[in-house]
Design a binder for this molecule. Sequence first.
Ligand SMILES: CC(C)(COP(=O)(O)O)[C@@H](O)C(=O)NCCC(=O)N[C@@H](CSSC[C@H](N)C(=O)O)C(=O)O
Length: 344
Amino acid sequence: MPNTKNYHTSQPDYETAIDRNVPDFPVAEVLDEDKYFQNHEPPSYLPEIEAQIDKFVDFHCQQTQKKVVLVTSGGTTVPLENNTVRFIDNFSAGTRGATSAEYFLENGYAVIFLHREFSLLPYSRHYSHTTNCFLDYMVEKDNKVEINPEFADSMLVVLRKYMAAQKANSLLLVPFTTVNQYLYTLRLASQLLQKAQSDALFYLAAAVSDFFLPSSRMPNHKIQAQPSGKLVVDLEQVPKFLRRLVDSWAPQAMIVSFKLETDSSILIKKSVQALNRYHHQLVIGNLLQTRKNEVVLVTPDEAQNWIRLDDTQKHQNVEIESLIIPAVIQEHENWVKNWTAKNK
Ligand SMILES: CC(C)(COP(=O)(O)O)[C@@H](O)C(=O)NCCC(=O)N[C@@H](CSSC[C@H](N)C(=O)O)C(=O)O
């Protein structure tokens, strides 16, 4: 059954986003996760998503006993106006997340795919955002539309995998657009996933905003040109949700985050820093420039496991996620074993 949904995340809730009664943030005070949720409205569609995720997690905990991975993918936006005309976006096409989701599915996981709406999706990614126009995949024959024979064999392979995931109810698509939608949905999903205990895995590949404009300071309408000719925006730091995820939202789950850098000289240091700050189980470090060919898996003992595509693999179009996911699954199996031993 295709995922039917009655909501889109790319249109803001005009009525509820502004609450002038909300006190302005004390700039000096570091934002606290709880304070953020007290002062920002949840997305109006959250109850619908809660029902979908709860049903999905129950199905796999009770019927299939599959491990469940929450894969986040794509970039979050920071709107600058309530009636959003301008927003700050974080770079991510969604390739890492969508491709990883496919390999988790092929390795027997159920996948909750928390993704930027309209970014790449598992399976359809092979055809949806390519340089080919989607009409190139079709031809006219005997007054009918048919699949272009040039693509038919490869499409059949992808279609069969997609249909198998649909038939097994093992892929749930959950969209976001703004960082507020992402944070509320991630908190909700992690609390619902608690029933999966250590069988739950978080694979945080989304590019999450580090700064945002608090709703108390967000203009309702399009910002007009200032007399100075400048646009000065005063942003606050997004709460460090990873700390909350580890210490209260999903304390039994294994949590994997990605560290994105552009300077190779700080990648390992920043990856270790994230582990020391958030106390989760694995950081996958990657450089923007080489992210498709190499990553480094860093664990709390500061061990580094580099995964790199060699020239042959590059020539054969091997996807690096086909090597990353088995390594992550191995770490998750160790996590489950240790957790089970501790909680006997
Ligand atoms: C986004 C990419 C590079 C994939 O690219 P596409 O294939 O084109 O989608 C992904 O591999 C990645 O590094 N994702 C994580 C990027 C990111 O924002 N990581 C944050 C950590 S997760 S956001 C954590 C939050 N800011 C906090 O500190 O709590 C960071 O590096 O700082």
